[in-house]
Design a binder for this molecule. Structure first.
Ligand SMILES: [Zn+2]
Length: 379
């Protein structure tokens, strides 16, 4: 991965390149950026640049080190990421490295949810275990195979539980010689404060609409899909790629959400029961994505009520629906609606029973959608 392949983030790239040129590379770093942002490719490009034997303003992409980096097979780079218990009781990243490589060589902006889908373990939440930490301590204590730097890239570092994080603390404080740790996370607050205090933080931003547009222009997609992807992705690269592929899952979410709102408004309990049965069969990651979508649509309906239609980030079909749906979202129920959806999204990520959760949530919706706006009540 070369810096030039990654869209946007010019300032971050310059800062990273300068740190290498001036010999001021911190040995424990944290890249803070949204899931699906340029965070992972930037960490990859940075490590490749440090190791490149013929670097200038970017890595050369041709030396023996770069060639290994390009294929993610450099022996001195340890890729660490959340795994599930599919392969034995003490899984570590090494057990899944070929799957990880396969996904990230295809799409370096892959999200956590796409990773679990790729593994076929959508129903399980990944973790970085203490066994992984023990393994890392062993690996980093060895000399580098190629004599240069060793790298440990921890993707979704917030998936380290407390024992894992504690075990790695000493390494992070005093990394073994010529070893660079790069932790990546979308949520700084989910890391231990003792870790935060030891790392140098680099914030990875989202892209501007123009940067997303330029990035997608190379992908040979139609003008309408391109415009839609630019508008809806809100600067997230992974989201832009997904939208530009006209993702089937998005259409499914639209249909499922509209059906849910109709049933809830009609207080159709039998219909709701069937709807809950259907969604409970989906994997946990897809349920999370659906709830995110529901939040997005609720917020957009609110925007439609209180601001300009121009501010909406919706497809044509979604706009038609919000036109009919938005009158039911008002100042008396909007905050509560968003609150219950956010809580459900949080709980589903913590292995709540899907059937109970969606039944309970639907019943709350039945009540909330009946709350009328003050202006309607007074007429
Ligand atoms: Zn090179």
């Amino acid at each position: 991965m070369r810096f030039s392949e990654i869209p946007g983030n010019q300032e971050v790239k310059q800062k990273l390149i300068q740190s290498v040129k001036c010999g001021r590379v911190s040995h424990t770093q944290l890249f803070l950026g949204e899931d699906g942002s340029a965070s992972f490719p930037l960490a990859w490009a940075y490590a490749q640049y440090i190791s490149c034997q013929d670097k200038e303003e970017d890595s050369c992409g041709k030396c023996s080190s770069c060639l290994k980096f390009e294929k993610m097979v450099h022996p001195d780079v340890h890729w660490v990421f959340p795994v599930t218990t599919g392969k034995g009781t003490h899984p570590i990243s090494d057990h899944y490295i070929s799957e990880f490589r396969e996904l990230f060589l295809k799409n370096p902006y892959s999200t956590e949810s796409q990773w679990y889908t790729h593994l076929g373990t959508e129903n399980k939440q990944g973790f970085i275990s203490v066994t992984e930490a023990t393994d890392l301590i062993k690996k980093t204590s060895l000399k580098a195979y190629e004599g240069g730097y060793k790298f440990v890239l921890i993707w979704h570092a917030e998936k380290m539980n407390t024992p894992t994080a504690n075990k790695l603390l000493k390494q992070l404080e005093e990394p073994p010689e010529k070893t660079i740790f790069i932790l990546l996370t979308p949520q700084q607050e989910r890391l231990l404060t003792t870790i935060i205090s030891r790392v140098q933080i680099t914030k990875i931003g989202i892209l501007s609409d123009l940067e997303i547009r330029n990035f997608l222009t190379d992908k040979c997609i139609g003008a309408e899909v391109l415009n839609q992807a630019v508008q809806l992705s809100e600067g997230n690269i992974s989201e832009a790629l997904r939208l530009s592929e006209g993702d089937k899952a998005n259409k499914e979410n639209t249909k499922r959400f509209q059906q849910w709102m109709r049933l809830s408004y009609q207080a159709n309990i039998l219909g709701i029961t069937d709807w809950v049965d259907e969604i409970s069969k989906l994997g946990r990651e897809r349920q999370k994505v659906f709830l995110q979508y529901a939040l997005h649509m609720t917020r957009e309906s609110l925007v439609r009520n209180f601001a300009s239609i121009d501010l909406q980030r919706l497809t044509g079909e979604e706009q038609d629906f919000t036109q009919k749906f938005s009158p039911f979202i008002n100042e008396n129920n909007a905050i509560k609606l968003i609150e219950v959806l956010e809580k459900a999204h949080y709980d589903i990520g913590r292995n709540a029973n899907a059937k109970i959760l969606f039944t309970d949530l639907s019943l709350k919706l039945v009540l909330l959608l009946r709350i009328k706006s003050l202006s309607l009540q007074s007429t």
